[in-house]
Ligand binder design. Structure first.
Ligand code: F6R
Length: 556
């Protein structure tokens, strides 16, 4: 997690870094800070989002900064990056985790004063304690620090960039040299995606490779639409409404894939993901099962790759960002066992793709809001289209009609009254059966993460086996039944209503008919996504930046 961004060049470096960090805030926004060169390196920090920073009254040509998602140490100014060494000579911003920080503090750094609770501070103190040439000291960091790290280190008017396992990129163009933990935040130019154990020294216009690791600068064009809300109030809202267009772009990108080839000679499929991506895997799992495949679905953080992975066993890893540490770890293990990996991601240049035998890119365009919405629908769409093609190689989708119908459907959903009714509830039960149960798993995650409401998704038939004891006249239960048999949940609903609980039938908000079974869950999730958004607005919460969370979870 955490975003890091740096700049050296002819423009005002503070402004360039501030703009870059704005694009990285989705990685964490607990606190932030910028180091800048003004006859020596100085820092400016704030708790909360970037707008809390007070711009210094100088122009500078070198700066680097950080937007933090707290892992080691609470959210306060002491723990906010950039960190400086005890003698104020070295400065650092860091994404990742230094695993042996305590060990270093108890040994080589035992006499050094520390001012934060972070693991990061060891980097700069170590550099100050080591003796000799500065380049050599920086190079030796790989020998001392275990764990994962992308680092920008500042020493006087020089920047060092190091990478071990956490992503970081350098880009040069006619404006200067940019460094960022996320390619999408960079402009067009010559791009180098650093490989593990790379070290670069940047001073003025020079980028010097201090390691033996090969570095390629290749032309890069950023055609990603930058932060632009248009007529929307929040990115989450904008992104839900972008779903039809995102699906259309995804379709255009995947329509010519030979899906049969992807599963040729495959006897077993395991779908892997985290959070929302895991929920889209659950839907994929059902669809593959319907076609008769032996398939299972596992949370990346729960998967143990034991021994050799069979040649006929395909792992499909789904990750919007392609940077989720739990997924990368699994991909690494499968790769070591020479297993086959198909990655479905929205970021074709992301770390996870390096382990893939095949990549399918969802083309949802950048998702800024922390909660996944349009990318979830694109993942589900990809599975649905994939399975349609496996079922019938001649399957044709009229994408124009599909997009239009979905667009009309979304624009006709009015969930505001329901949001008003639910805004003061701090608990909700959700019930469903079959594939609808998978939808309420995702729906309940959205309401938990955006609205801070305890939600309990349940199979409706399970209610009477224990959980019914929670129900009283204060209870609100959201039910979902998109089956043709409208009476499927009646028993559970009667049991709730007999105890005074209220039931909201969410299918009443799904005003679309004759939806292809494979695509049905794309329709059913949207009222829930909009509901979680609307409740947040009514509770005056920021739906784009829910507390304690970050968009890319790059730590295990
Ligand atoms: C929830 C959400 C998360 C992510 C999860 C995996 O709205 O977005 O649960 O789905 O952190 O992220 P990716 O897909 O980037 O691997």
């Amino acid at each position: 997690m955490c975003g890091i961004y740096g700049y050296i060049g002819k423009l005002d470096a503070y402004d360039e870094v501030f703009k870059g960090l704005k694009l990285l805030q989705y990685r964490g926004y607990d606190s932030c800070g910028i180091a800048y060169y003004d006859n020596g390196i100085k820092t400016i920090k704030a708790v909360g989002p970037l707008n809390n920073l007070k711009k210094p009254k100088i122009l500078c040509n070198l700066a680097f900064g950080h937007t933090r998602w707290a892992t080691n140490g609470e959210v306060n100014l002491f723990n906010t990056h950039p960190h400086s060494s005890f003698d104020n000579k070295f400065f650092v911003v860091h994404n990742g985790i230094i695993n042996n920080a305590s060990e270093l503090k108890n040994t080589i750094l035992k006499d050094v004063p520390f001012s934060s609770q972070t693991d990061t501070e060891v980097v700069v103190n170590l550099l100050s304690v080591l003796k000799g040439d500065i380049d050599e000291r920086v190079k030796s960091l790989f020998n001392y620090l275990t764990g994962s790290y992308a680092l920008i280190i500042g020493y006087d008017d020089t920047i060092y960039v190091l990478k071990k396992f956490s992503p970081i990129n350098i880009l040069k163009n006619d404006k200067g040299i940019y460094i960022s933990s996320d390619i999408a935040s960079l402009e067009s130019g010559e791009l180098c995606q650093l490989k593990d154990y790379s070290i670069f020294k940047i001073k003025d216009n020079d980028i010097i490779n201090l390691s033996d690791v090969k570095a390629d600068f290749v032309p890069y064009v950023n055609d990603i639409e930058k932060l632009n809300l248009g007529n929307f109030s929040h990115f989450m809202q904008k992104e839900i409404y972008e779903t039809p267009a995102a699906i259309r772009s995804t379709y255009n990108n995947i329509k010519n894939i030979n899906f049969y080839d992807c599963v040729k000679n495959i006897k077993k499929i395991t779908l892997v993901g985290c959070g929302t991506a895991y929920h889209s895997c659950l839907i994929g799992c059902e669809l593959f099962k319907e076609l008769g495949y032996e398939v299972d679905c596992v949370l990346a953080s729960n998967l143990i790759v034991n021994g050799r992975v069979g040649r006929n066993h395909l792992h499909i890893i789904v990750s919007q960002s392609g940077e989720t540490a739990d997924c990368i770890k699994i991909a690494e293990q499968i790769k070591k066992q020479r297993g086959k990996i198909l990655v479905i991601t929205n970021e074709p240049k992301s770390t996870i793709t390096k382990f893939a035998n095949k990549i399918i890119t969802t083309k949802a365009n950048k998702e800024i809001a922390v909660a996944s919405t349009k990318t979830y629908s694109c993942q589900v769409f990809t599975f649905a289209y994939f399975c349609h093609k496996l079922k019938d190689a001649n399957y044709h989708l009229d994408i124009e009609t599909f997009e239009k119908n979905l667009k009309d459907y979304i624009s006709n959903i009015d969930i505001s009254t329901l949001a008003e009714m639910l805004k003061n509830k701090d608990k909700m039960i959700m019930i469903a059966k079959d594939i609808d149960y998978l939808t309420i798993l995702e729906a309940s995650l959205k309401i938990r993460e955006i609205d801070y409401v305890y939600t309990l998704p349940m199979y409706s038939g399970e209610l009477k086996h224990g959980t019914l004891s929670l129900v009283d006249s204060d209870s609100i239960v959201l039910s979902l039944n998109t089956d043709n048999d409208k009476s499927k949940l009646n028993n559970a609903i009667n049991e709730i209503e007999s105890r005074g609980g209220s039931v909201v039938k969410m299918e009443n908000y799904i005003l679309a008919e004759n939806i292809d079974n494979f695509y049905k869950t794309i329709y059913s999730i949207i009222p829930f996504q909009l509901l979680s958004y609307e409740i947040a607005i009514k509770k005056q919460l920021n739906p784009d930046m829910p507390r304690n969370l970050a968009k890319s979870v790059t730590v295990e």
